[in-house]
Ligand binder design. Structure first.
Ligand SMILES: Cc1cc2nc3c(=O)[nH]c(=O)nc-3n(C[C@H](O)[C@H](O)[C@H](O)COP(=O)(O)OP(=O)(O)OC[C@H]3O[C@@H](n4cnc5c(N)ncnc54)[C@H](O)[C@@H]3O)c2cc1C
Length: 384
């Protein structure tokens, strides 16, 4: 497989690098302290088309290939992770289900608004009793004439506060097997009976809001089932397809953060002097740097390979899980070493190393924990 990127991908990489250096990195600490991204930065993201990276040009997006999108996320996560979170959920898990399985009418109605950044999108699957066991959701939807009535609660929803549309999973019946029949709905902010609940206080990703969503006899038009009547009861399949792609994005975020940490460590090892020498001349520091670089090299190959496979239209369930598992576990190991190499300074808020340490921890949890990725990989290996 050839990883020489086409010219347009390299141009995109350069554009994002410049945006990160000029606009995002200088305000990263401010965003961390104020726990919000300034409106003018969100506008710049809109102007660059970042809300429509993966949405096809036909629906107003940039229509990037998976590999190009991965490279954008890799670059943008070399600074505060919340910037990626602001655009990624909209482009990805929040709206991609509509692109995969929505009716043409739904695509035309919603995707251009998301692509332009006029509307943000969120993905609402998790509930207090349904995390890894996502099929165990309790939110229900009952058909009542020309509309559905939703009742229940979602929690830990990224961008819950700023999203205008929510790809939401609810139980619409029972299968013969006794398992719940799940349907995916498009819920718009302001629909009667829908409100935003508590905002979570988190360990990291401070500039990204994570909220509850509350449905209290929430009225949704019949036509808001993703894919229409034919897709009633098929929502869990939509959700799993959405997450396959999301896993590559998580891998890219972990890769970008790891590369940034390595770059910071190399600089620090050259300039920090102890015992009369730069610490980079000590073999134990060199070994840490070499291990970090080696892991990043391996992670990048896996991720780019899986992204290219997806662009070739191949099934990537196993590869996406492997890339997510490897890159996200790698990022935590690398962040730990990065603190070690920076010594006491690594622990101080003056440098962003401790922020990366906290932020990369999340990648091993959401969009499927490391344990769930191992289950998916093993299931695929052992299937007949
Ligand atoms: C900041 C943040 C943002 C999030 N954003 C969203 C969002 O936008 N939309 C959304 O729908 N969800 C979101 N989530 C939810 C996230 O996807 C879940 O937290 C995640 O899937 C894990 O579920 P859980 O927290 O309930 O943990 P649990 O499922 O309770 O897992 C607890 C532990 O048990 C392990 N475990 C569970 N089952 C097994 C098993 N069968 N074998 C071995 N080990 C197992 C897990 O790996 C984990 O270590 C977000 C979470 C966070 C923290």
């Amino acid at each position: 497989m050839d990883f020489n990127m086409p010219e347009d991908v390299e141009i995109m990489r350069t554009t994002i690098k410049k945006f990160v250096e000029k606009d995002l990195e200088p305000i990263s600490q401010q965003v961390e302290e104020e726990a919000r991204i300034p409106d003018e930065i969100v506008q710049k993201m809109r102007d660059l088309g970042l809300f429509g990276l993966a949405i096809p040009e036909k629906y107003g997006g940039l229509g990037l290939s998976t590999i190009a999108e991965i490279i954008v996320y890799e670059e943008i996560t070399k600074t505060n992770a919340c910037f990626r979170s602001r655009i990624g959920t909209s482009n990805g898990i929040g709206s991609i289900g509509i692109y995969y399985d929505g009716t043409e009418e739904q695509k035309k109605k919603y995707l251009p608004r998301v692509a332009s950044g006029e509307w943000s999108a969120a993905f609402a699957l998790s509930e207090p009793e349904a995390g890894s066991d996502a099929a165990n959701i309790k939110t229900t939807a009952e058909l009542d004439g020309d509309h559905w009535v939703l009742n229940g609660m979602k929690h830990f929803i990224t961008n819950g506060d700023c999203a205008h549309l929510f790809t939401t999973l609810a139980v619409t019946g029972k299968k013969e097997s006794g398992r719940s029949e799940i349907t995916a709905f498009i819920i718009e902010k302001g629909m009667p009976g829908f409100s935003i609940g508590k905002k979570e206080k988190k360990m990291g990703l401070k500039g990204s809001e994570t909220t509850q969503l509350l449905f209290d006899d929430c009225i949704i038009p019949k036509e808001n089932v993703i894919g229409g009547d034919a897709m009633i009861g098929q929502g869990f399949k939509t959700a799993m397809r959405v997450l396959d792609k999301g896993r590559l994005t998580m891998g890219a975020c972990a890769l970008g953060a790891s590369q940034k940490l390595l770059d910071m460590c190399v600089d620090y090892a050259k300039q920090r002097v102890q015992f009369g020498k730069p610490i980079g001349q000590f073999q134990m520091i060199q070994a840490m740097l070499a291990d970090m670089a080696t892991e990043i090299y391996a992670g990048r190959q896996m991720l780019y390979h899986a992204a290219c496979m997806r662009d070739e239209g191949r099934k990537i369930t196993r590869e996406a899980s492997m890339a997510k598992l490897f890159c996200t576990e790698m990022a935590s190991r690398i962040a730990d070493k990065a603190i070690q190499i920076h010594g006491g300074m690594g622990y101080m808020k003056e440098l962003p190393v401790e922020m990366f340490y906290r932020d990369v921890r999340l990648y091993r949890i959401y969009e499927g924990t490391s344990e769930i990725q191992r289950m998916i990989i093993a299931r695929d290996l052992l299937k007949d």
